[in-house]
Structure formats: structure tokens, C-alpha cells
Ligand binder design. Structure first.
Ligand code: ZN
Ligand code: FE
Length: 252
């Protein structure tokens, strides 16, 4: 959203949550001005195609945050249906459907809306996020979650700590669209990690109620994460590493 000097008012992007697999979210993003539609991380194709068809949208491109099958499982079918597969260049060998590789600082366009590619390694080595700065939207895949962060499969605590610092520097109002509905487990851990944080306790209660009603808890915002996400709030890489190890062992 915003005012474009040449064209005037720019219509807000439509973002549609599509639950796929057991707890993944794929995100359909549609620009009404241009009629273009992309999907971020389609773990499977059919539910995404159904959600697009219902709205009369044609999927022009797939934007992939990382190679894990729960984020790329739908790529082949969507590519066969005509979508261009955009994915981290660094993971090209693990993403055979890739048409266009992207890296840090690249700009992707959806109509007149620009997204910047952020390299955010740690969960996987080549993991990227897509940041529509003007629109106040970021797609974080399996790096920043609501009240949590991704596991370190291919990187170090230092990698992910650096990612958290980058996210924390984005404006508070930015909406965060992540790859999984992990919020309740994350909230329970956050309450153990920060027992004196009233905002965490309050959000845990809210998230528990939402989940009991079968509601999604994503998107979140950078501001909410700055208040309640222990990983984003970690003061040092040591602090972060301790929190991550604690979550890996947490049975919540
Ligand atoms: Zn993953
Ligand atoms: Fe995942």
C-alpha cells in the first residue's frame, strides 16, 4: 500500500492463508492492479490451486523460501500449470524445479509492489525471506515464527541470531507471514523462558483460546514479536543459543 508518484494510489496486496499438509501455511499473494498472483511455499499444489481458482486467480509464480519438501512439494505441479519457480540460487541443486535463482538484495516485483530478497541462513544454508517493505509485509518461511524461530538444521546460532537482529530492525507494524502454525508450542516455551514477561503470558492465553477455537494465529507483526518472542529478544548469541537448545529439548 502507498502512494505512487506516477500512478497515484497503489492498492493493497491480498494475502490468503492456505493451510497445507499437517501444519504448514502456503500464502497466496494477489495484486488486484496487475491481476498477478504468486504463492509462497506451496507444500502441496491442490489446496493452493483450489484457493486461487475460487477467486479467479491464475498463479504466475512460486516464491520458495527454502528447499524442504513441506515448502516445495507443490512446485512441480504448479510449474507444469505455468508458474515460474523463484527460489534461492544457493539451493538450486536441491530445488530441481527452479527457474530463477535469487540472492540477497534482489528485487522481485508483483505488479508494482517490490519485494527485497533477504538471505537468512541457519534453518537451511540458502534460506531466504521476501520483504515487501512498502507494503509492510514479510514472508519468513522457517526462520522467524510467531513467538519462535526455526530449528538450526544447516547453520549456527550465530546465523539465526543475525537473522533475528535483521527482523527486529523492520518497522513494528510489518505483518509477518511464516511457514507453520507452531505458535501454541512456541508460546508455552516463551512462558518458561520469560516467566516475568506479562505480554508473553497474555499472548499465551490468547493463542491457546484461538487454537481451541480452531483459528490460525498467523500472521503476526514485528511489534508483537519484539514484545513476546524470546528469540527475537535474545540479548546475545550465547543467550540465543541457550534458548534454541532449550526449545529443541522442550516438550510443550
Ligand atoms: Zn523447513
Ligand atoms: Fe517447514
Amino acid at each position: 500500500m502507498g502512494v505512487d508518484a506516477q500512478y497515484g494510489y497503489v492498492v493493497m496486496l491480498d494475502v490468503v492463508r492456505v493451510p497445507v499438509l499437517s501444519d504448514n501455511y502456503a500464502w497466496l499473494v494477489h495484486d488486484a492492479d496487475s491481476g498477478e498472483t504468486i504463492v509462497v511455499d506451496p507444500g502441496e499444489a491442490a489446496p493452493v490451486q483450489a484457493a486461487a481458482a475460487e477467486r479467479g486467480w491464475r498463479i504466475d509464480a512460486v516464491w520458495t523460501t527454502h528447499w524442504h519438501p513441506d515448502h516445495t512439494g507443490g512446485n512441480q505441479a504448479l510449474k507444469a500449470a505455468g508458474a515460474e519457480i523463484v527460489a534461492p540460487a544457493a539451493e538450486a541443486a536441491k530445488i530441481p524445479t527452479l527457474d530463477r535463482g535469487v540472492a540477497e538484495g534482489d528485487t522481485l516485483m508483483l505488479g508494482r509492489h517490490a519485494a527485497t530478497v533477504m538471505e537468512v541462513p541457519g534453518h537451511t544454508q540458502g534460506h531466504v525471506a521476501f520483504h515487501f517493505a512498502e507494503d509492510g509485509i514479510v514472508f519468513t518461511g522457517d526462520t522467524l515464527f510467531a513467538m519462535g524461530c526455526g530449528r538450526l538444521f544447516e547453520g549456527t546460532p550465530g546465523d539465526m541470531f543475525a537473522n533475528m537482529a535483521r527482523y527486529a530492525a523492520i518497522p513494528d507494524a510489518t505483518r509477518v507471514y511464516c511457514g507453520h502454525e507452531y505458535t501454541l508450542s512456541n508460546a508455552r516455551y516463551a512462558a518458561v523462558a520469560e516467566p516475568d514477561n506479562a505480554a508473553v503470558a497474555e499472548r499465551l492465553a490468547q493463542v491457546a483460546a484461538q487454537r481451541a477455537r480452531g483459528e490460525a494465529t498467523v500472521p503476526t507483526t514485528i511489534g508483537a514479536e519484539r514484545a513476546t518472542n524470546p528469540f527475537l529478544r535474545a540479548a546475545s548469541v550465547e543467550d540465543f543459543a541457550r534458548l534454541r537448545a532449550g526449545k529443541d529439548a522442550f516438550k510443550g
